[in-house]
Design a protein around this ligand. Structure first.
Ligand SMILES: C[S@@+](CC[C@H](N)C(=O)[O-])C[C@H]1O[C@@H](n2cnc3c(N)ncnc32)[C@H](O)[C@@H]1O
Length: 200
């Protein structure tokens, strides 16, 4: 199998790579509860305009969303303010690497589609691991470095369909599943679940 994407979380019961080796379902959440994340502190790293932070907050989590770009944080703040369920999200313009210096810890650290934009993936993963409590979860998604991913995410999305600004993605920064596992292991994160999907 050579998926174009890897590690996109598919359900609350199956977070993917996981810090510190404990049971990934150890949060013991009721999947039928309307607010299954009640009481959990979750960090959304590279939250962008809040596509993930808001649903997590609606599911009961105490959410912190961080992004390196101030404009994104401002957009996220304005959007979240319109709903009482999301207005308590704590947004901050900072990087994962800088937040580590503040000694903050979270039950789960989630970072979707960010690692292929950072300068040093290894340091980035170490920061994600450092931001999770012992036996906490680290959940990531990224794009695999395949020709299919080049055709869809760069040629298709950036140059033909104009969905994204040209230059959004650098193919050489995409990681294969094997490379990501190695980087995570070096960051002391035990990878216990991976999944993938294709763009058709
Ligand atoms: C492709 S966007 C993904 C946004 C969102 N996670 C999503 O899936 O829609 C990548 C985001 O990561 C942010 N970013 C890049 N490096 C970062 C870092 N080291 N720490 C925090 N945010 C970062 C960028 O500013 C950008 O908003």
């Amino acid at each position: 199998m050579n998926p174009d994407y890897l590690s996109r979380p598919s359900s609350t019961k199956n977070p993917i790579p996981h810090a510190d080796g404990g049971g990934v379902n150890g949060f013991n959440r009721d999947p039928y509860s309307p607010r299954p994340f009640e009481g959990l502190e979750i960090l959304d790293v590279g939250c962008g305009g809040s596509i993930l932070s808001e649903p997590l907050a609606r599911l009961g989590a105490d959410v912190t969303g961080i992004d390196a770009v101030e404009k994104n944080i401002n957009i996220a703040r304005v959007h979240a303010a319109s709903d009482p369920l999301t207005s308590l999200i704590n947004y901050s313009c900072t990087t994962a690497e800088d937040l580590v210096k503040e000694n903050k810890k979270f039950d789960a650290v989630i970072s979707l589609e960010v690692i292929d934009h950072v300068a040093n993936p290894s340091d980035f993963c170490k920061s994600l691991a450092a931001l999770a409590v012992p036996k906490g979860a680290v959940v990531m998604s990224t794009i695999n470095r395949t020709m299919r991913a080049y055709a869809t995410t760069i040629v298709g999305a950036e140059y033909i369909l104009d969905w994204l600004p040209k230059g959004t993605h650098e193919w050489s920064k995409f990681l294969t599943p094997e490379e990501l596992v190695l980087i995570l292991q070096r960051a002391s994160v035990s990878v216990i679940f991976m999944s993938s999907f294709f763009l058709e």
